[in-house]
Ligand binder design. Structure first.
Ligand code: CAA
Ligand code: NAD
Length: 284
């Protein structure tokens, strides 16, 4: 399958990164969010990132304009997907929101279009079951920040066809990424391994084992992690971290995945990390 026109739903940190890398790889991309302010914020992030590449001499100003010319911002979901080969969904990590959205995508996108989700942890099989084309639904899980990170987890739902898998695998390669096939279990591989470590670091703050700075320093200097777990949690978004822990806890029914009460408290307070200016750290 030849994928040339895609629609990315959600222009937050992941959606804008996916749209940028897709447009840089030559695809025509419609970027969708719920209102103009949000979709324009996503576009501004892309412009800023491309501008940095121009400053570093990796892109010319003309190439930057050409890439931006392949991006179209929209707020009307139905209109944004009528002529696409594929949709990549990157909205909030909530099963109800995603299944409702996939129902709408199924209604408005061409019958042969692939519907992919960038979910961090939710069951692909259940999201697929909200559509009449489960064989064309798949997980395409990019890592944050998308322009930098090489990995894409490709997750088959129970009904995902080999043809859909091959198309998404080759699209990921075309976008300069390395796809890794993973089966449909809560959190897949990436977040089943990463998120309990982050949750444990939050328990260490909660129990007063050490300060956030000290915990991060231990993991950076002791384990050579590029960011400590609490800096990384703020970077991912504490809301997203909590939703992922809840999916692991519910999906496996094992108390070892219990979200730390401090994580819940921060999310209730609206301290979602970098994106709201405050999480374990305060951002200007
Ligand atoms: N967007 C685009 N590019 C970015 C960026 C961003 N948000 N942040 C950094 N970069 C680029 C910089 O421009 C720079 O590019 P060049 O080398 O080409 O000049 C490069 O990345 C390195 O940046 P810095 O020198 O400023 O900083 P750094 O060396 O500390 O690297 C980092 C930044 C790549 C983010 C690094 O800290 C890192 O790897 N952190 C861990 C990231 C991680 O674990 N991601 C996975 C999160 S989990 C996930 O995504 C799954 C999920 O479902 C939750
Ligand atoms: P974000 O909060 O930065 O952005 C989400 C965007 O989706 C917001 O702009 C919101 O307005 C928009 N949105 C919500 N409902 C919508 C709808 N019905 N239609 C159109 N737009 C809608 O979140 P994010 O960090 O970009 O995460 C998005 C998805 O990617 C989640 O499923 C998350 O689990 C996953 N993910 C996140 C990371 C990460 O590190 N943050 C990494 C990999 C995957």
């Amino acid at each position: 399958m030849n994928i040339q026109r895609i629609s990315v739903i959600g222009a937050g940190q992941m959606g804008s990164g996916i749209a940028q890398v897709a447009a840089q790889s030559g695809l025509h991309v419609t970027l969708v969010d719920v209102d103009e302010a949000r979709v324009n914020k996503g576009l501004q992030t892309i412009e800023k990132n491309l501008g940095r590449q121009v400053e570093k001499g990796r892109l010319t100003e003309a190439q930057k304009e050409e890439i931006l010319g392949r991006l179209r911002p929209m707020t009307d979901l139905a209109a944004a997907v009528v002529e696409v080969d594929m949709v990549i969904e990157a909205v909030v990590e909530n099963k109800q929101v995603k299944t409702d959205l996939f129902r709408q995508l199924d209604e408005h996108a061409p019958a042969d279009a692939i519907l992919a989700t960038n979910t961090s942890s939710l069951p692909i099989t259940e999201i697929a079951a909200a559509t009449k084309r489960p064989e064309k639904v798949i997980g395409m899980h990019f890592m944050n920040p998308v322009p930098v990170m090489k990995l894409v987890e490709v997750i088959r739902g129970l009904a995902t066809s080999d043809e859909t898998f091959r198309a998404v695998d080759s699209l990921a390669r075309h976008m300069g990424k390395t796809p890794v096939e993973v089966q449909d279990f809560p959190g897949f591989v990436s977040n089943r391994v990463l998120m309990p470590m982050i949750n444990e670091a939050i328990y260490a703050v909660y129990e007063g084992v050490a300060t956030p700075e000290a915990i991060d320093e231990v993991m950076r200097l002791g384990m050579n992690h590029p960011m400590g777990p609490l800096t990384l949690a703020d970077f991912i978004g504490l809301d997203t971290c909590l939703y992922i822990m809840e999916t692991l806890y519910e999906g496996f029914g094992d108390s070892k995945y219990r979200p730390c009460p401090l994580l819940k408290k921060y999310v209730s307070a609206g301290w979602l990390g970098r994106k709201t200016g405050r999480g374990f750290y305060v951002y200007e």
